[in-house]
Design a protein around this ligand. Structure first.
Ligand code: SF4
Ligand code: SF4
Ligand code: SF4
Length: 578
């Protein structure tokens, strides 16, 4: 520990801390913009590009950046002198001088760190008028839009994509005023190795990276009298949607969400959790098949489309190990437009399936040709994120907090606790084990909370004893961790099953979730909400879902049947590395 003084108050802090960390511990607020700090997920951006955190240090002539300066014994720091405040204001005024300032129509309006900082610093005019940089928007992908005109060159996206996700899509090109964050060879996003995880969108402080908004198409489908619009919601939505309406983080809003969807005008309100249970039936069956018949091990979960695209680009030699199961919302779409279309007596061409997902990669996934059932005929028509659903609810003037709790509709609406935890890292493999162990041993385990698989550590492993047979499980969240785990597998490390989710924390931290301000406590509290919902469910194992049992009896026959393969499984494609 060393002794410092911050704003005239003596304080002890660990040696090696930055001034910013020390100030935080001392309860002193220093504004930041480029800084990004989520140590649990190894996400630290302290490139010091924006200079918003300038402070005065006794004995130093110039102001210094708090985020990238390490404290020294006896250091006397002043964070709120008129000189420091003026410098911050000038820096933000200069940033605004080269910004479109179309806040009223920006997706980040009221949710933008640059806007908040301008307000915090009391900026009331744009002092500096001059040349503005102009760039073409990149709207090539199904998932995200790049608008370099709103970029403040903070480099958070670079840190996220290159260091945390190890995908390496972005880097700064050109110099000085011409500097822009670009892709290799200026390729449009759709042609890069981008996985569409959306994590760069989550950390971008401005409207430079935003999602592709599909709400207009969904409204059009709802108001089309010829269409029968079925909506499904992923597990992670219920643990985060409340945040859009200022409810406490970690609020479970399953019932209110269902009520809101009905009031928006959807014809059938269903739960992707139903399809998560279906995924477990197919995936657990595939695991057992590989275990019994000396199949390729480990089996890798395949419900995260960003992770699937990552392995297709980065590890094409390992494409025989992921499970062939489609992701739950795609399974849902396939069953909705076949079996249930028939049961409801509706022409599948008139059915529109809308998925509400925490995820931007699922927008891209819905357009994958191998998941379609004919030219231009996708099983899932539109994917909207938690944020987009929040906007639709607001647009419709629904007072979300006052809604009563309502249930999902009774087809494709029943779900178990196992399916709910799909939304967090470790949840998919825990859900699969609850069923696989039962099928292997015929024993209904008393203990179905596999605590050893839970937590937020980036890479985890555990060995589960299944009647004397050790089953080794690996878990990774965040693509950098996935890369490390896959390299270990390539190097000969033995696992039976591995779960991978692209987003730090899993889907609760997905790129389409409400902005979490880089606060990992928020991601943890969303995960806790899902574990609590699992605990509160009367049925907690996927194979006990009565609607799923009926689906197999009436239509699919058995897990892994020919019909199941036709509708619920898929194939993978080798792709370029860049
Ligand atoms: S979406 Fe993910 S992979 Fe694509 S650029 Fe952003 S962080 Fe990188
Ligand atoms: S795109 Fe966003 S995150 Fe990336 S450098 Fe620009 S402002 Fe920062
Ligand atoms: S972890 Fe979840 S939210 Fe993130 S990309 Fe994968 S499926 Fe989407």
């Amino acid at each position: 520990m060393i002794n410092i003084t911050i704003n005239n108050n003596p304080f002890q802090v660990e040696d090696g801390s930055t001034i910013l960390d020390a100030a935080k511990k001392a309860g002193v607020h220093i504004p930041t913009l480029c800084h990004l700090d989520m140590h649990d997920f190894k996400m630290v951006n302290r490139v010091g590009t924006c200079r918003v955190c300038m402070v005065e240090v006794e004995g130093r002539r110039n102001l210094i950046p708090a985020c990238s300066t390490v404290v020294a014994e006896g250091m006397v720091i002043r964070t709120n002198t008129i000189r420091a405040i003026k410098a911050r204001r000038t820096i933000v005024e200069l940033l605004l001088s080269n910004h479109p300032k179309d806040c009223l129509i920006c997706e980040r309006n009221q949710n933008c760190e640059l806007q908040s900082l301008a307000a915090e610093l009391g900026i009331r005019e744009v002092k500096y008028q001059g040349y503005q940089s102009h760039h073409k928007k990149d709207t090539s992908s199904y998932s995200l839009i790049r608008n370099a005109e709103k970029c403040i060159l903070c480099r958070r996206c670079e840190t996220m994509c290159n260091e945390v996700q190890t995908v390496g899509v972005y880097s700064a090109v050109n110099r000085g005023f011409e500097t822009v964050i670009g892709t290799a060879f200026d390729l449009p996003m759709i042609e890069t190795a981008c996985t569409f995880c959306g994590q760069c969108v989550s950390v971008c402080p401005t409207g430079a990276l935003t999602l592709v908004d599909n709400t207009a198409e969904v409204w059009a489908a709802i108001y089309d009298p010829e269409k029968y619009v079925i909506v499904q919601t992923a597990p992670a939505i219920r643990a985060a949607l409340g945040e859009v309406f200022q409810m406490p983080v970690g609020s479970r809003v399953t019932g209110k969400m269902t009520a809101a969807l009905r009031r928006l005008g959807f014809d059938l309100v269903c739960d992707t959790d139903f399809a998560a249970d279906l995924t477990i039936m197919e995936e657990a069956n595939e695991l057992l098949d590989r275990l019994k018949n000396n199949g390729t091990l480990p089996i890798l979960t395949s419900c995260c489309p960003a992770w699937v695209k990552f392995i297709e680009h980065q590890f094409p030699d390992l494409l025989d190990i992921p499970s062939t199961c489609k992701s739950p919302h795609e399974m849902f779409g396939a069953i909705a437009k076949t079996h249930y279309a028939q049961k409801l007596g509706i022409d599948p061409e008139k059915i529109v399936v809308v998925s509400v997902m925490p995820c931007l990669a699922k927008k891209y996934e819905a357009a994958r040709p191998e998941l379609a059932y004919g030219k231009n005929s996708a099983y899932v028509d539109y994917v909207i994120s938690t944020r987009e659903l929040g906007s639709m609810i607001r647009e419709a003037g629904i007072t979300f907090a006052d809604l009563p709790d309502e249930d999902f509709d009774s087809i494709m609406g029943e779900s178990t606790g196992a399916s709910v935890i799909f939304g967090t890292t470790g949840g998919v493999i825990e859900a699969a084990l609850r069923t696989a162990v039962y099928w292997l041993t015929g024993e209904k385990l008393d203990k179905i909370d596999f605590e050893e698989l839970r937590g937020m550590q980036g890479i985890r492993s555990a060995t589960i004893d299944v009647q004397g047979t050790p089953v080794r499980i690996g878990i990774a969240h965040g693509l950098g961790n996935a890369r490390a785990l896959l390299e270990a597998v390539r190097g000969g490390e033995k696992y039976h099953a591995i779960e991978i989710m692209a987003c730090p924390g899993g889907c609760v931290g997905g790129g389409g979730q409400p902005y979490h301000g880089n606060n990992i406590e928020i991601i943890k509290q969303r995960a806790d909400a899902l574990y609590q919902e699992d605990k509160d469910k009367s049925i907690r194992r996927s194979h006990e879902n009565t609607e799923i049992q009926r689906l197999y009896e009436e239509f699919l026959e058995t897990p892994g049947s020919h019909k199941a393969h036709e509708l619920l499984h898929t194939t993978y494609t080798k792709r370029e590395k860049i």
